[in-house]
Write a protein that binds this ligand. Structure first.
Ligand code: PLP
Length: 391
């Protein structure tokens, strides 16, 4: 048989999906596994959103929709950006996608050529590197210092900029670190992007999950950034809609046009009646979002306090998103070994930090988007195994 794609073979499978699959397998075999490896909210999608999609389907909204998204949804996204983020875009700059991951993919595809470099802040979400590689460009990882809570500075960014740099990918609130970029860090990113004429992808899928007074800033709202920023977002996390596969991006017109070409030549569009759910989500009451965020805040406090009490575990009090990213300073195990030991000895599935890049080594990622009862059981087990794990 002839060779298969070298490009696809060069890209690792998603580590988070691999750990979640293993946990599911062990669960099916009867093991009482606590799944803290995924990124799926444990809440049901709010009822008014479900109702809107069901009504649309019943009313025959089951045909090809406009490939860019229903006009009412494009308008709802533009309205939300202005209202919540201080970002001005025309509905024509918005593309509705089957999921935030696809927004990132078509945005990168619209901008890069072979030889172009895309700066990725390390640690970063597992798919950033592969998305860049699959589009024929080169990911350049900017290692952020774990010892300084993964702070972003102009100096660090400048060290990695070359004449080939074209795009910088930013995610705040961050998966996996839980950091929310401060205004100083946002300014640093904007300054370097403008100075070196870089495009910036601002992945804001966790924008509503911020704690203890932390504030989310949208890069596209910063002076000089609108013309170079692609804002990517999703319904997955904010409205507990991971299975609906619905996201969007807002980009400068020429980028939106090219990204749209890839969407029409590949997946065509997001699902028609799913978009009706999206319109209800953006234009409807937002207290459902606040209720979920309040619950994450409660779980975050419980977990950060509990982990602080366990010898050998260090856990920064995260500012946003819904993951903890503790490290184990006394352990001689790397993060893959730690995750393996935790699954074998305590039936806890966590994601090894190295899955997010070298800067994530020595960390594990635990989701807090899971039931409080599971988090309580996880803490009990961690207390028991920690002396062995961290030795
Ligand atoms: C940082 C980040 N960006 C984007 C996504 C994509 O989400 P979705 O494709 O479900 O919209 C995720 C999902 O885990 C994420 O963590």
């Amino acid at each position: 048989m002839k060779d298969l794609s070298e490009l696809l073979q060069s890209v690792p499978p998603s580590a988070t999906i691999a750990v979640s699959d293993k946990a599911r397998r062990l669960k099916a075999e009867g093991r009482d596994v606590i799944a803290l490896a995924g990124g799926d909210p444990d809440f049901a999608t709010p009822q008014h959103i479900v109702d809107a999609a069901v009504a649309a389907m019943r009313e025959g909204d089951t045909h090809y929709p406009p490939a860019k998204g229903k006009p009412a949804l494009l308008e709802a996204v533009a309205g939300k950006l202005e209202r919540e983020n201080g970002v001005q875009v025309e509905p024509s700059q918005v593309i509705v996608t089957p999921g935030g991951k696809w927004s990132l993919y078509i945005a990168i595809a619209a901008m890069v050529n072979p030889g172009d470099e895309v700066l990725i802040l390390d640690p970063s979400w597992v798919s950033y590197g592969p998305i860049v590689t699959l589009n024929g460009a080169t990911p350049v990882r900017v290692t952020l210092p774990s010892e300084d809570n993964f702070r972003v500075t102009q100096g660090l960014l400048r060290e990695h900029v070359t004449e080939h740099s074209k795009v910088l990918m930013v995610n705040s609130p961050n998966n996996p670190t839980g950091r929310v970029l401060t205004l100083e860090e946002i300014d640093a990113i904007a300054a370097v992007a403008i100075e070196h004429d870089l495009y910036v992808i601002s992945d804001e899928v966790y924008e509503h999950m911020v704690y203890d007074g932390a504030q989310h800033y949208s890069l596209a709202a910063e002076p000089g950034m609108a013309e170079r920023t692609i804002t990517a977002n999703s319904f997955s996390k904010t409205y507990a809609m991971t299975g609906w596969r619905l996201g969007w991006l807002a980009a400068p017109e020429p980028i939106a046009k090219l990204a749209m070409k890839l969407q029409t030549q590949s997946v065509t569009s997001a699902v028609s009646f799913v978009m009706a759910g999206g319109i209800a989500a953006l234009n409807g009451p937002q207290d459902c979002v606040q209720e979920m965020v309040d619950s994450y805040a409660e779980r975050r406090k419980f977990m950060v306090d509990a982990l602080e009490e366990i010898d050998g575990i260090e856990c920064a009090p995260i500012e946003g998103a819904f993951y903890l990213f503790p490290k184990f300073p006394n352990s001689d195990k790397n993060s893959l070994e730690l995750a393996g030991a935790l699954l074998d000895q305590a039936d806890i599935a966590a994601t090894p930090g190295v899955a997010f890049g070298e800067a994530g080594e020595d960390h594990l990622r635990f989701t807090i988007a899971t039931a409080m009862a599971d988090l309580e059981r996880a803490v009990e087990r961690l207390e028991k195994v920690a002396p062995r794990l961290v030795a």
